[in-house]
Design a protein around this ligand. Structure first.
Ligand code: AMP
Length: 221
């Protein structure tokens, strides 16, 4: 049986931050499609170049590109027992493709982080990400000890090109149109749990950890 935990929610909801903590707590690899694209971009691979224009415009990378990359990652041996998805699925066809890959006995759990739009904007525009290890700081709420340097690895902190106010607006509208319908999709299957993401990270983490794989809920959808 494979356990698949999906962290769901708009940009800035805290998926990445919580996913890395949950990954350690549940001993499941953290698979972030956004991070995979950024790694490919940094290395200048054809995949990274293909994704770049979409990412910089706040648009979704086409499904076929995302699916090839994701399934390549989840077919690695460390994902055999399960994995934690951050930023995937983002469209109904992506969710359908994932569903087809899983066996009837596999478990899927979706945790939906709810955060008001004004808080999302504040989090996204203040976010500074480490170029080396993807660790995230925030200029106001989680400033680094040394200016411009990641607390974890000392790497350079930068603002992601898609973390500007303008691109955030586009990403949020893409989320509402193409991604949010998945709430209904997973909700109908009984796999979705809403969690208030507008609280201290430790409080949110504790609730997510407790609700990650509740018994007696839906399996594969
Ligand atoms: P994220 O780091 O999850 O905010 O993703 C950054 C960007 O990568 C998104 O705005 C999309 O352009 C692209 N991306 C990441 N995951 C997906 C996905 N599942 N489907 C389509 N595009 C994606």
């Amino acid at each position: 049986m494979t356990r698949v935990l999906i962290l769901f929610g708009p940009p800035g909801a805290g998926k990445g931050t919580q996913a890395s903590r949950l990954s350690a707590a549940l001993a499941l690899p953290h698979v972030s499609t956004g991070d995979l694209f950024r790694e490919n971009r940094a290395k200048g691979t054809p995949l990274g170049k293909k994704a770049q224009t979409f990412m910089d415009a706040g648009q979704l990378v086409p499904d076929d590109v995302v699916l090839d990359m994701l399934f390549d990652r989840t077919s690695k041996s460390d994902c055999r027992e399960g994995y934690l998805l951050d930023g995937f699925p983002r469209t109904i066809p992506q969710a359908e493709a994932l569903s087809k890959r899983l066996a009837a006995t596999d478990r899927v759990s979706v945790l939906n982080l709810i955060v008001p739009d004004d808080v999302l904007l504040e989090r996204i525009t203040g976010r500074r990400s480490c170029k080396a290890c993807s660790n995230v700081h925030h200029v106001r709420t989680a400033p680094p000890k040394a200016p411009g340097r990641c607390d974890k690895c000392g790497g350079e902190l930068v603002q992601r090109t898609d973390d500007t106010t303008e691109v955030f607006g586009k990403r949020l509208s893409v989320y509402r149109q193409q991604t949010q319908p998945l709430e209904g999709w997973y909700g109908r299957a009984g796999n979705l749990v809403n969690v208030d993401g507008n609280r201290a990270p430790d409080v949110v983490f504790e609730e997510l950890r407790q609700k990650a794989f509740p018994e007696q809920r839906g399996g594969r959808v």
